[in-house]
Design a protein around this ligand. Sequence first.
Ligand code: MD6
Ligand code: FE
Length: 218
Amino acid sequence: MMQTELDLFNPQDPLQPQWVGNQAVLLPGFALPQVQALLPVLREVVAQAPFRHMVTPGGLKMAVGLTNCGALGWVSDRQGYRYSPVDPLSNQSWPVLPEVLLELANRAAALAGFNNFQADACLINCYRPGNRLSLHQDRDERDFTQPIVSVSLGLPAVFLFGGHTRKEPTQRIGLRHGDVLVWGGEDRLRYHGVLPLKPGAHPLLGNLRINLTLRKAG
Ligand code: MD6
Ligand code: FE
């Protein structure tokens, strides 16, 4: 019989890497084996550095809750966007980037062809139903030869993956619990965003979506 659709009962099918750019790859379910180890570690991070709604330079409060772990953390205020070694809420260092997350990110980066990924920052986004992230480029890091590794947990979202200018058409990429997206090289500065989160109930995370992006910022 000719195969006309994905066989959802065959776990091999949906788990193939999908190249979404020449140097951008979606690794469906790649983080699933680490989720049980990751969740308690993330809870500790958030206990030390809680989610907060940062203000943009234009004075708008971001809908998505944000925190960080690692030597550097991304912050936004009326002064602009930057990486900071301290959490402005506590004036302390950000929580340590957990080893389980670093190791996962390094394996994912290597699969995408980036063999020397040295993440020093992990931005943690928390989405509730209705929250979106408007189209943007990630350009606050120093070294654009290093990729970004993105890990999605909880409710699924639609990721918009555009071009090198804001007006180019975007492709829609479904990001589900456990999916990892790696992008770098020529795709590193592509515009991207997230459509408003649909309500739902994830068995582990309830009505939330958590996205972790590991970067080499400094
Ligand atoms: C998100 N992610 O998926 C937001 N940036 O919630 C990002 O903004 C992002 O997933 C750079 C590379 C991968 C990403
Ligand atoms: Fe981004």
